[in-house]
Design a protein around this ligand. Structure first.
Ligand code: G6C
Length: 347
């Protein structure tokens, strides 16, 4: 449903409070011509109401000639911040950047975070943002799960559709997303409520079956016929199926980058206020698909860049693929069984 400015300001007030924005702090709002005007205006009002020193930084979009769609995650890595020392200096000198443009997986994002600046990404439309305003309870639950993921050395994922894949873990950090930034140098994404790590280089082997109804991002479609991926030593070696598989193969081939086939982050969804079915109700171009990434009990795997976790790959081709009805086991502890999160595993 449409969102009132009042309701959106209230949502921002809550998120800035959770992010510990104090009077006198420097809040920079990164935006572009595609930024949702209500999100931008209400963020500005809420930041001022928090007593912050507020700066808007508007950058012009790039890569239109390289990305086959307008989706913000269709071409990652290079951003309008690349080679822009003026904006970079402003953001490194801020306490928090509200990223309404999308810097995800960019070297500049890492540089800003290393300076101690927090970055909160918020590019979903207002009706998604107000439905999934983060809570302290979300944070506690995701962090409890991340303790187990951090300690795990193996992830084994199976499903009735035929997924049977094993990931060696331990070389990369665990990233928890719960929708706000309470610590200096933290990145988060509102809305979220999921966690992941990255598989050790060369440590992913087995079969992943993307079943009917599972979702491809950035395509933002429900797969209508099974896609079967064979993984060996950390890379997807084959993508078989019918028309969905052919479309996915061509999408990935267009990047002409072998790194596009590398497994990247692997984890699961823990957000009860995000849903698998939402994508069937909205205009695909109006969302970046966070409901699909965050819905409770998915197994989310991604392909492509791993520089976000300090890895060597920066390919612009990034796929996020949430699967339903999977069972996820960390060492010998089941954390998701048949698409249901097992909270007892984190207690
Ligand atoms: O919030 C996000 C969005 C995309 C992604 O790949 C990871 N986390």
């Amino acid at each position: 449903m449409p969102v009132s400015d009042y309701q959106m300001v209230k949502a921002w007030n809550e998120v800035l409070k959770l992010s510990k924005v104090e009077p006198g702090q420097k809040v920079s709002i990164l935006c572009g011509p595609h930024t949702h005007p209500q999100t931008l205006q209400t963020a500005t009002i809420a930041a001022q109401a928090a007593g912050a020193v507020v700066t808007r930084i508007e950058l012009q979009p790039i890569n239109a000639e390289k990305a086959p769609s307008r989706d913000l995650m269709n071409y990652l890595g290079e951003t309008p911040l690349t080679n822009n020392p003026v904006a970079l200096a402003a953001m490194k000198n801020s306490d928090i950047v509200l990223d309404l443009m999308l810097l995800l997986f960019s070297p500049e994002q890492m540089e800003i975070l290393e300076s101690g600046t927090k970055i909160l990404l918020a590019v979903e439309p207002p009706e998604v943002l107000v439905r999934a305003v983060p809570t302290e309870a979300d944070r506690e639950r995701v962090l409890a799960a991340s303790k187990l993921l951090k300690a795990a050395r193996k992830m084994h994922v199976t499903s009735p559709a035929g997924t049977d894949v094993t990931f060696k873990l331990g070389d990369y950090p665990t990233i928890s997303e719960y929708g706000f930034c309470e610590e200096p140098g933290r990145w988060d994404h509102w809305p979220s409520g999921f966690l992941f790590t990255f598989a050790n280089e060369g440590g992913s082997d087995g079969t992943i079956v993307i079943d009917r109804g599972d979702i491809l991002l950035p395509q933002k479609n429900y797969v209508s016929d099974k896609i079967t991926m064979q993984l060996r030593e950390g890379f997807v070696r084959s993508i078989e199926g019918d028309i969905d598989a052919a479309l996915l193969r061509e999408f990935m081939e267009a990047y002409k980058d072998p790194e596009a086939y590398a497994i990247a982050h692997i984890g699961w969804g823990m957000q009860p206020r995000c849903y698998w079915h939402t994508l069937s109700l909205v205009d695909r171009e109006a969302t970046s698909g966070q409901d699909a990434r965050a819905f409770e009990g998915n197994f989310l795997f991604s392909l492509g860049p791993n520089n976000e976790a300090g890895g060597p790959r920066t390919t612009p081709c990034h796929l996020d693929i949430p699967l339903r009805n999977c069972t996820v086991k960390l060492d010998d502890v089941v954390v998701v069984r048949d698409g249901k999160v097992i909270d007892e595993a984190f207690r």
